[in-house]
Design a protein around this ligand. Structure first.
Ligand code: SF4
Length: 103
């Protein structure tokens, strides 16, 4: 997964505003295929890290999601600061971004 994202240019993340995300696939095109779409606990994707069961539910759902790459790409391009996107928590995305910037 990281290699795919890296190819798209992590130096562009986070972008200043959503209009700059024109290069990313808009959610409307892939959202209907999202594994989280219709989940009975949608707030699990924004659960506090101390709510381990809910965070793990979100991550497990993301792991089997057919649009995980598109979701993560979108989140990184818009600089989403909160929640789980593309199988990464906000902390994991921040760590990934720091690692890319440092490399
Ligand atoms: S990767 Fe996760 S947050 Fe993104 S659409 Fe799929 S299930 Fe939802």
């Amino acid at each position: 997964m990281s290699a795919v994202i890296r190819d798209k240019g992590p130096e562009r993340w986070p972008l200043d505003n959503i209009e700059d995300a024109a290069g990313a696939a808009r959610p409307g095109s892939w959202l209907p295929a999202a594994a989280c779409f219709g989940d009975p606990d949608p707030d699990a994707w924004f659960a506090d890290v101390r709510e381990k069961a809910r965070v793990e539910h979100a991550l497990a759902t993301c792991a089997g999601c057919p649009v995980r790459v598109q979701c993560l790409d979108f989140a990184m391009r818009i600089g989403a600061q909160y929640g789980t996107w593309g199988g990464l928590t906000e902390q994991q995305r921040a760590e990934q971004l720091r690692a890319w910037r440092a490399s």
